[in-house]
Design a protein around this ligand. Sequence first.
Ligand code: T5A
Length: 211
Amino acid sequence: MTKLGQFIVVEGLEGAGKSTVIKAIQRELEAHGHELKLTREPGGTPMAEAIRDCVKHDWQDEIVTEQTELLLMYAARSQLIENTIKPALANGIWVLGDRHDWSSLAYQGGGRQVNLAHLNAIRELTLDGFTANLTIYLDINPKVGLSRAAARGELDRIEQSGLAFFERARETYLNLVKNSDSAILIDAEQSIDKVREDVITAVRQFLGMTE
Ligand code: T5A
């Protein structure tokens, strides 16, 4: 019988270094012989990528409501989970995700402060208990993260949400890590090399438990 794949997610605010560490994790997992599928959220399937374009862009003077943003994030997630992540895991392929459900809890729940009962109802409908095996949370002061993101170019619609939004999102992430036994916090304000080193140590520990 095929051994199930594992789902590892990297989370964090803008500019925390997710894309940067994902390359290092990929190398590590492949060196251990794991076949790997990389995903990003929102996105990762043709339809979910179209939703990504929708949520990231400005719509001239049409306001994107908080409810629309929330529903689109979970619509994209549902497409990705059912069409890509679950089939990969069932075939023994490991999945490495650039963001997942915690991003919605942090950004829509914490940042936008959407109604939590509604958020949880949509989560239950979409996830039905599905969850990552390991979440690596890169913790960064939003001022530092946003300045890294700004150095790369113009900020998109969500990135323009303001400092208080990102402070609430960070607070939510910190609470999620504190209350999880499958997540690890990495200080993302360290040098890139030190962040990578800490992340790889965490991944090796996880591999020790699963292999
Ligand atoms: N969103 C997403 C929601 O609101 N709800 C949801 O449910 C989901 C899934 C996605 C947007 O959607 C929102 C969150 C986002 O706003 P995105 O383009 O995927 O959009 O945004 P991010 O994931 O935030 O992508 P970023 O590229 O901004 O962040 P990364 O990947 O964390 O950062 P990275 O690795 O590209 O690094 C950024 C820069 O910093 C440098 C890098 O070289 C790079 O230039 N850097 C460092 N510099 C100094 N020291 C370090 N330690 C550094 N690490 C990286």
